[in-house]
Design a protein around this ligand. Structure first.
Ligand code: ADP
Ligand code: ASP
Ligand code: MG
Length: 403
């Protein structure tokens, strides 16, 4: 019998009615002749509320306790879904990440999966039941509850699909697939029938939160085909998989934006070998993921070094940079969190020159200033003012005729 892993995001299980609709769908999938393993997220905005509650209670928030708290959201939905399935006569058993055998490292709040045992899930399937697994959580090698980072239920689903050798991993969400841009920002955005892992990695990495980045990496590494689709209309959505060599590659597939980045500038760094190395080594030692870097020597022999980091790492980054200012002979550090990164992704960029020029012309026509630029073989990213990000996305989506 084919095995499918079905993951339901927060909006898909937001209330009692939605949970019953999901149970109906799981029951139908079984009647259609599939074995089903379900992964659920926390209901609606539960995780956000727990994050806020922690902030109201505590300034220190030990990471172990944050994980204990956040993992509670998924427990609620898994138990409720099993109850709804029982009403339909479907034998279902809920499992926490730990009970499902999802073993992670010890890095709380962004743990990485090391191993998926899944023995109890296999037993449940063999007995004709439906295992319902709490997404976003695991158990560390030190036996503590961990979480996988926001959006991590996608990763749970893909990891289980790989470990159980599932035929497909279905990601049910509140939009009918992966679109050419976030349909909330660009109403005329178009659903993509299929996207390659490579393009999806770039989309996920640059703000298209429909799939968590880690889940796409996992799917590519383990050859798990993903089907992103709606739990509201249940229509076929977007297949994410290996690149189809027969298909012509679109020059631009999607436009994304990310408001969570921030910019740090170290001013008037002497232009000598080794100073940038010191700065970025110190940042790396504090686990800061630097994205874009711009450095340009002026005629007086000093250089401003600007770089972007995730907003959550801004304070640490500024502290690290400020600490190095006297040592490297710079004059100071400035920070800016009112920036946004707008990106164009397309596997066909490799072979179509002119995408960069058209991108710059489009933003110029809108009067949008580009503050930093970075490219890969299938992506162009521009840093712009945060309050112009949506206008930039809409203009680029129109200019490249993605509608
Ligand atoms: P879930 O709770 O189901 O995991 P998410 O909120 O994490 O759902 O992801 C779905 C959301 O991703 C959509 O509501 C949509 O606004 C947003 N999104 C951003 N970029 C895209 C895109 N390119 N295609 C589809 N959805 C996108
Ligand atoms: N509930 C978690 C979150 O909101 C995990 C998920 O939804 O994927 O980030
Ligand atoms: Mg999500």
């Amino acid at each position: 019998m084919p095995l499918v892993v079905q993951k339901f995001g927060g909006t898909s299980v937001a209330d009692a009615e939605r949970i019953r609709a999901v149970a109906d769908h799981v029951a139908r999938s079984r009647r259609d002749g599939n074995d089903v393993v379900v992964v659920v997220s926390a209901m609606g905005k539960t995780t956000d509320e727990l994050v806020r509650l922690a902030a109201d209670v505590s300034a220190t928030q030990p990471a172990r306790e944050v994980d204990m708290l956040l993992s509670a959201g998924e427990r609620i939905s898994m138990a409720l879904l099993c109850m709804a399935l029982a009403d339909l006569g479907v034998p279902a058993t809920s499992f926490t990440g730990s009970q499902a055998g999802i073993v992670t490292d010890e890095v709380h709040t962004r743990a990485k999966i090391l191993e998926v045992k899944g023995d109890r899930l296999r037993l449940t399937l063999a007995a004709g039941g439906v295992p319902v697994v709490a997404g976003f959580q695991g158990v560390s090698t030190a036996n503590d509850v961990t979480t996988l980072g926001r959006g991590g239920s996608d990763t749970t689903a893909v990891a289980l699909a790989a470990a159980l050798g599932a035929d497909a991993c279905e990601i049910y969400t509140d939009v009918p697939g992966v679109f050419t841009s976030d349909p909330r920002i660009v109403p005329e955005a178009r659903r993509l029938p299929r996207v390659s892992f490579e393009e999806m990695l770039e989309i996920a990495a640059t703000g298209g939160r429909v799939l968590a980045l880690r889940s796409v990496e996992f799917a590519r590494n383990h050859h798990v085909p993903l089907h992103v689709r709606s739990s509201f209309t249940w229509e076929p959505g977007t297949w994410v998989g290996e690149e189809d060599p027969e298909m012509e590659q679109a020059m631009v597939t999607a436009v994304t934006h990310d408001l969570s980045e921030a910019k740090v500038t170290v001013t008037r760094v002497p232009d000598r070998p080794g100073l940038a190395a010191r700065l970025f080594r110190a940042l790396a030692d504090r686990n800061v993921n630097v994205d874009m870097i711009v450095q340009n020597t002026s005629t007086d022999g000093t250089t401003d070094i600007s770089f972007t980091v995730p907003g959550a790492d801004l304070a640490v980054s500024a502290e690290v940079a400020a600490g190095l200012v006297p040592e490297i002979g710079a004059t100071g550090v400035t920070t800016d969190d009112q920036v946004a990164r707008v990106s164009l992704i397309g596997a066909g960029m490799k072979t179509h020159p002119g995408v960069t020029a058209r991108t710059f012309e489009t933003l110029a026509a809108e009067g949008i200033n580009i503050e930093m630029i970075s490219t890969s073989s299938i992506r162009i990213s521009c840093m712009v003012r945060a309050d112009r990000a949506e206008a930039a996305v809409q203009a680029l989506h129109a200019a490249f005729e993605l509608a």
